[in-house]
Each structure stands twice: as structure tokens, then as C-alpha cells.
Design a protein around this ligand. Structure first.
Ligand code: FDA
Length: 497
């Protein structure tokens, strides 16, 4: 509440924030978590908390009057629709050269993501986080993160026979025929629940077209894992619909944190001021970077170093669809939960997740979200004229990612005698090159911070999220974000700050 003093204040309730909250609380520290999005704990008029992919309503998007779907066209026709302005769950945040998709609400990106819980290959780790001891990560922190998140692989006996994964079996078969390894990857979805969905004994979510806008039943988002564990300590409180706007040193020690309480139209209801001994920035790569750059360049935290705002990347995200032969249908039934990918990282710089297109009709399309080794890095800068933070990413930079993704799909198309779909991302547009789901960097570990996320110019300030990772993880990022947070918070607690 306004005027309060708290021991530790955490900005954001995604992976980094939830890990920090649990571990600080277990160490006896009282924690206040501040989240700009909604709680997502109350059903709407349809009895469900979240809406599905094919009927997006006000709950779908963060403060937009029209949906902005990543696959925004079908047969070249735009499929976005009008929605009421509301503090919905998925933010499509537009910068000049890229749209960054992020989750909004208690649980952050875990509310909206595909749940693919991928640990990078150890041989690639040195390029991901060069200052971190890989043995510790692979022996201690990755296992701790995967256990805490509840990651597991689709049961083979079911995968091989269910209609719901025909699209993935087509992906597996075609990868193999072109000589690429198909790798099953863990997901945090409850695979037993999904089989019960298939049997018709429970309400459907993965098999009910729930994707992008939240998942009502089977997904183990942070709302089912780290966050209840943190709340169970009795030392954690969470304030939804509160957006932090400023952090600066308090005259009596600690930090003054300003925040706006929002209504569900995004209007400011009231402004509050809190003081905190410690402040953890866990607002996600974009949220943390924006706050820190603004605080440095407007004089609230002037001693943050010049690495703050640097080293941002898109994890090489590129989406593409392929049109299969008539004898290779991908199925009118498609689980929304991806379960495997095609690995050509070492030779071609691409790892492609075989993604669903669960629109309920046969499309003969195979959809892929590729993670590529795109080398470009952007920076965040404060724009005094607009009073906003800009990001220097350029649309043309995606060409490197496209070239890498083509190392997989040109080959598959040639083997199969197939072509790219050109109708899913516009009219005659093959590549979805205007977005990322995986923002990373902006306050890179051991550059903007020390090797554990401390903003050393300001004792008691820490970065604990995807902003620490320099732009790429070679696979989907949340397991690495979680494992790194587990490592860093342990060191911070052990050393008293
Ligand atoms: P995260 O973004 O999770 O949390 C930050 C939180 O801070 C948010 O809740 C936000 O609202 C809040 N916040 C921001 N600014 C604030 C402020 N000023 N005041 C208060 N609160 C503020 N990854 C993966 O590994 N496997 C996958 O399958 C997928 N799939 C996927 C699909 C889609 C559609 C998206 C959008 C993303 C994915 N991801 C993914 C990416 C993954 O979700 C992402 O990397 C993590 O959520 C990032 O975790 P962080 O802890 O960094 O921030």
C-alpha cells in the first residue's frame, strides 16, 4: 500500500521474478511482487479464465482494439478482428523494426507461451553465457529449474498413435527424410491430462485450441509451480495491475519505487510510493531494459553503466509455413502444445520447433517457429522528445535468420517436392520476420551487472530475468532464464545481497 516499506520488492512475476520470490521468501525475507498485468484467477462470463485461439475476446490482447495475431492471415486474407480495449493477456509491443510478444499477468510469459522447456546442448552453452560455469549449470541449476517447472516429454506410446500429433509426426518424418535429427523436447504441459482430454473425460485445453491467450487446465504455468510455492511461505504478497514507473535511491537508504495502479482499460487509478531495501528487476528483457535505461538517462539512477540497454537480440525467431503434398495432411485435430524440433544448429544455425496450426480444419500446412543464430544485436535508448525508450532493431536484420531457417526448409521442400506457404503472414509473404516471442538481453550478465545480476553501482538492485542473456539461447529460453535466476539468487542470498 502507499507509503509502505518492504524488505524486497520484485518488479514482474515471470520466471526470473517467481524464482527470486520463492528463494528470498525461503530465506526469511518478506517479498512484495508488483505485476502490471491481471491476476488471471477469475472466470469470465463463459466460465473460463482464458479465451481460445479461434474466438479471441477482450481477454486476448493487452490494450489493443484489434487482435494482432502472429499468423495473421489465411489464404492471404487478414483474420485479425476488433476487440474491446482491455488489460488482456498477450502484449504485442511495437518497436520501429520489430513487434515483441510478451505475457501480461501474474505468471508473465508462462501464461501465454507454448511451454516448451528446452535445455540447450552443453556444447552450445559457452556461446550463450560465457561467464557462467557450465558444470554448475548442468549439474545443479538446470536440473533444479526443470524440476521446479515440471518439464516432461510426450509419452511415445501415445504420440505415435494420436490424431492430435499427426502434424508433429509429419514434421518428424520429413525431417528424417532430409537427414535432419528430430528431437523430442520436454514441455510443462501435464501429459496425463492431455491424454484424458483425448479420452474425453476432462475439459479440453491443449486439445481445445487454447494457445497464445492462456490455458485453462493442463499447462503448468508459473501459476501452478513457483508462484504457489512462494505464496505458501506466507512471506510473499502480489499486487496485480500495478505498473512500476520509477526506482531511485531513497534519502533514508534503500530505494523509492513509484507505481501506477491501473484499471482494466489501462487508465491510472492512483499513483503509489513504496520504499524497499532491495529491488529485483524481473520485468522481462524489454520491461527491465526500458526501466533501467530510462532511470539512468533521466537521472534517477545515473551511475548505471553504459552496458545497460545493450546486447538485445530476438533469439533469431523466424516463422514459416510449408504446403504439404495432398497425401501428407497435418490434421484437423492439432494439440496446441509443441513436442519436438528439427536440429540443424551446428551446420546451419537453426533449430526449428514443429508448431501447431490448430484452427480446426485440414490445411496441409506445416508451421515452424525457428530459433536461429542471427548475430545482430540492438540497443535500447531513451528518447527525450517522445519520453519513451526506443529499440534500434531493424527489419532487414531478420534476413540472416531467414537464411539460416532456409538451411532446413529449402532442403525439406526439395526432398518432398513441396513449396512454402505464402498466405499465412500476408498476401504473398513467405516469412514472418516482424516479430519475436523470445526477447533476450538489454542488461547482460557480467556486463551491465556483475556475474550474478547485481547492478553494482547501486547495492540492493538486481536484474533477474531474460535481460541478462545476451540475445540468444540456441533453443527456447525459459528454462535457461529460470536456471540462471536459481543460480544468481542463491549467490545473492548466500552473500547477504
Ligand atoms: P516475463 O516476460 O515472463 O515476465 C515479466 C513480467 O513483468 C510480466 O508479467 C510483465 O507483465 C511484468 N512487467 C513488465 N514491466 C513491468 C512494470 N513496469 N511493472 C510491473 N510489472 C511489469 N519460451 C520457451 O522457453 N518455450 C516456449 O514454448 C515459449 N513460447 C512462447 C510463446 C509466446 C507466444 C511468447 C510470447 C513467449 C514464448 N516463450 C517461450 C518465451 C518465454 O515466455 C519468455 O522467454 C519468458 O517468459 C521470459 O521470462 P522473464 O522472467 O524474463 O520475463
Amino acid at each position: 500500500s502507499n507509503g509502505a516499506h518492504v524488505q524486497a520488492l520484485i518488479i514482474g512475476t515471470g520466471y526470473g521474478g517467481s524464482v527470486a520470490a520463492l528463494r528470498l521468501a525461503q530465506a526469511g525475507i518478506a517479498v512484495e511482487m508488483i505485476e502490471m498485468g491481471m491476476a488471471w484467477d477469475t472466470p469470465g462470463s463463459d466460465g473460463k479464465i482464458f479465451c481460445n485461439l479461434t474466438s479471441p475476446d477482450q481477454r486476448s490482447f493487452w490494450l489493443r482494439t484489434q487482435t494482432k495475431q502472429p499468423v495473421g492471415y489465411f489464404l492471404g486474407i487478414p483474420i485479425d478482428r476488433a476487440i474491446p480495449n482491455y488489460t488482456g493477456i498477450l502484449d504485442a509491443e511495437d518497436f520501429a523494426g520489430i513487434t515483441v510478444y510478451q505475457g501480461r499477468g501474474i505468471g508473465g510469459g508462462s501464461l501465454v507461451n507454448g511451454g516448451m522447456a528446452v535445455t540447450p546442448k552443453q556444447e552450445n552453452f559457452g556461446a550463450i553465457l560465457p561467464s557462467v560455469n557450465p558444470a554448475e549449470m548442468y549439474n545443479v541449476y538446470y536440473p533444479r529449474a526443470n524440476a521446479g517447472l515440471g518439464a516432461g516429454v510426450v509419452p511415445q506410446s501415445w504420440f505415435t498413435k494420436t490424431d492430435w500429433y499427426q502434424f508433429a509426426r509429419v514434421g518428424q518424418k520429413q525431417a528424417g527424410r532430409s537427414g535432419f535429427p528430430f528431437q523430442f523436447v520436454p514441455d510443462v504441459y501435464d501429459w496425463n491430462y492431455m491424454q484424458q482430454e483425448d479420452a474425453g473425460t476432462v475439459p479440453k485445453s491443449a486439445l481445445g485450441q487454447e494457445l497464445l491467450y492462456g490455458n485453462n487446465y493442463g499447462k503448468k504455468s508459473l501459476q501452478k509451480t513457483y508462484i504457489p510455492a512462494a505464496l505458501a511461505t506466507g512471506k510473499v504478497n502480489i499486487s496485480p495491475l500495478h505498473k512500476v514507473t520509477s526506482v531511485s535511491p531513497a534519502s533514508g537508504g534503500g530505494y523509492t519505487v513509484l507505481m501506477n495502479q491501473l484499471d482494466t482499460s489501462g487508465n491510472v487509478v492512483v499513483t503509489k510510493e513504496v520504499t524497499a531495501d532491495k529491488v529485483v528487476f524481473a520485468a522481462g528483457s524489454v520491461g527491465t531494459s526500458k526501466l533501467l535505461v530510462q532511470m539512468r538517462d533521466t537521472g534517477q539512477l545515473p551511475h548505471l553503466n553504459d552496458q545497460v540497454g545493450q546486447g538485445w537480440g530476438d533469439n533469431g525467431n523466424i516463422m514459416v509455413g510449408r504446403a504439404n503434398q495432398i497425401w501428407d495432411p497435418t490434421g484437423s485435430k492439432q494439440s496446441t502444445v509443441p513436442c519436438g524440433g528439427i536440429d540443424n544448429w551446428t551446420k546451419g544455425g537453426a533449430f526449428a520447433e514443429v508448431a501447431p496450426l490448430p484452427i480446426g480444419i485440414e490445411t496441409w500446412a506445416s508451421l515452424y517457429l525457428s530459433i536461429t543464430k542471427n548475430p545482430h544485436r540492438a540497443q535500447f535508448t531513451w528518447n527525450a522528445a517522445t519520453q519513451k525508450v526506443d529499440l534500434s532493431w531493424q527489419l532487414a536484420w531478420k534476413q540472416d535468420g531467414i537464411t539460416m531457417a532456409k538451411s532446413i526448409f529449402d532442403k525439406i521442400n526439395s526432398t518432398e517436392g513441396t513449396i512454402y506457404r505464402t498466405d499465412l503472414f500476408g498476401s504473398y509473404k513467405t516469412w514472418q520476420d516482424q516479430l519475436t516471442y523470445h526477447p533476450l538481453g538489454g542488461a547482460v550478465l557480467n556486463q551491465a551487472t556483475d556475474n550474478y545480476g547485481r547492478l553494482t553501482a547501486y547495492p540492493g538492485l538486481y536484474v533477474m530475468d531474460g535481460a541478462l542473456i545476451p540475445g540468444n539461447t540456441s533453443v527456447n529460453p525459459f528454462v535457461t532464464i529460470t536456471a540462471l535466476a536459481e543460480r544468481n539468487i542463491e549467490n545473492i542470498i548466500a552473500n547477504g545481497g
